[in-house]
Design a protein around this ligand. Structure first.
Ligand code: CAA
Length: 379
């Protein structure tokens, strides 16, 4: 057993860390406050080949592994959770299902543009009344001649209105439940496909979250991924990988909050000495660091399973639930270490508290992760 990164993983970690510190961290507070989608970062991320880290170079990716991809998300989230969300949803939800299930034409047409960062991707399963109960989705896709006609709406779509292509799940045969769903690629600008207003969120405010509306939206017959009926399984498998991305985002938020707490504890003087010398602060720092390290092992281990062709659904769920709860614990403690200053926008830890919350909710709540874990043990 080895507990060290490979040369390539270390190289990617250093590259992303430097980029995050020089290009992302300086704008993180401003884009959060103004709810501004950081358009200017996307070409820079593409230039560094960070928009398709786990995809082969032949299709425009960086040719690295999933561990490297999660390190990328972790390092981005350490500086800015919104930027990490944009890249994670693009890479593991917007690109992966096309890479994994797309035919040769779809690979050529979409994966190259997505993995190279020329296009931004998104994924849409959730609907206004189908969140955790994804199987109750109502959006339909009906074959009419050589076109699918899509009707319905999707809710809480990360990168909504910003992405160029969307993988959407719709019912092709409502009588068959989860076996009557298909996965489709819909391009921005297709007639009948529109966006609602961006949500005003508690955290990850610089990522754009909108509803999608489909009103007699016609797409070519060959815009389907795989066969009609495979959509739900494609969605679930996509989310297995996506959940690791969110786990890595949670890990990065936690690490960023710990970094800030350690720095502050050394600087802040009370009772004539830095608060870091107080046991009350030291124990908080110790608990934060220990949970972060445990999260990191779960996150990297889940990715390692995927890289090595081993099952990773349960491992991804364990990584996500643990890292998400750790991010919330650590961000909260980091504010406590900062005292009153931590409750203001002068320090990044109040943003960490707000950003951490979503990691317990999106791409499957912590309750869903526990359902997946228990389901795999008790089957
Ligand atoms: N891989 C492959 N197949 C899977 C699977 C997986 N991980 N999980 C389930 N399946 C299969 C099952 O084997 C079953 O197939 P069979 O009928 O052939 O046996 C089928 O899918 C149905 O499975 P379940 O009976 O377990 O389905 P369920 O209705 O009970 O749902 C659930 C289970 C885990 C709660 C699931 O609905 C779920 O994950 N819900 C949360 C959805 C979620 O994460 N939503 C976030 C979407 S992200 C988004 O939309 C936008 C964004 O920008 C973030």
């Amino acid at each position: 057993m080895k507990f060290e990164l490979t040369e390539i993983q270390s190289l990617i970690q250093n590259t992303v860390r430097e980029f995050a510190q020089t290009a992302v961290a300086p704008i993180a507070a401003e884009i959060d406050r103004s709810h501004r989608f950081p358009e200017e970062l996307l070409p820079k991320l593409a230039e560094l080949n960070l928009m398709g880290v786990p995809y082969p170079e032949e299709v425009g990716g960086a040719g690295a592994d999933y561990v490297s991809y999660l390190i990328t998300i972790e390092e981005l989230a350490r500086a800015c959770a919104s930027t990490a969300a944009i890249v994670s949803v693009h890479t593991s939800l917007g690109t992966w299902p096309i890479y994994q299930f797309g035919n040769q034409v779809q690979q050529e047409k979409y994966v190259k543009k997505l993995a190279s960062g020329e296009w931004l991707g998104a994924f849409a399963l959730t609907e206004p009344s189908a969140g955790t109960d994804a199987a109750s989705a109502k959006t339909t896709a009906v074959l009419d001649g050589d076109e699918w006609v899509i009707n319905g709406s999707k809710q809480f779509i990360t990168n909504g209105s910003k992405a160029d292509s969307y993988v959407i799940i719709a019912l092709t045969d409502p009588s068959k439940g989860t076996k009557g769903m298909g996965a489709f690629i819909v391009e921005k600008g297709t007639p009948g496909f529109t966006f609602g207003e961006p949500e005003h969120k508690m955290g990850i405010k610089a990522s754009c979250t909108t509803p999608l509306y489909f009103n007699d939206c016609r797409i070519p017959e060959d815009a389907i991924l795989g066969e009609p009926g495979q959509g739900f399984k494609i969605a679930m498998q996509t989310l297995d990988g996506g959940r690791m991305g969110i786990a890595a985002q949670a890990l990065g938020i936690a690490q960023g909050a710990l970094d800030a707490a350690v720095k502050y504890a050394k600087e802040r003087v009370q009772f004539g000495k830095p608060i870091a010398s107080q046991q009350a602060i030291q124990w908080m720092i110790a608990d934060m660091a220990t949970r972060i390290e445990a999260s990191r092992f779960l996150v990297y281990r889940a990715a390692w399973n995927k890289d090595n062709g081993l099952p990773y659904s349960k491992e991804a769920a364990m990584a996500k639930v643990y890292a998400a709860e750790t991010a919330n614990f650590v961000a909260n403690r980091a504010v406590q270490v900062h005292g009153g200053y931590g409750f203001t926008e002068h320090y990044p830890v109040e943003r960490a508290v707000r950003d951490a919350k979503i990691t317990e909710i999106y791409e499957g709540t912590s309750e869903v992760q526990r359902m997946v874990i228990a389901g795999s043990l008790l089957r």
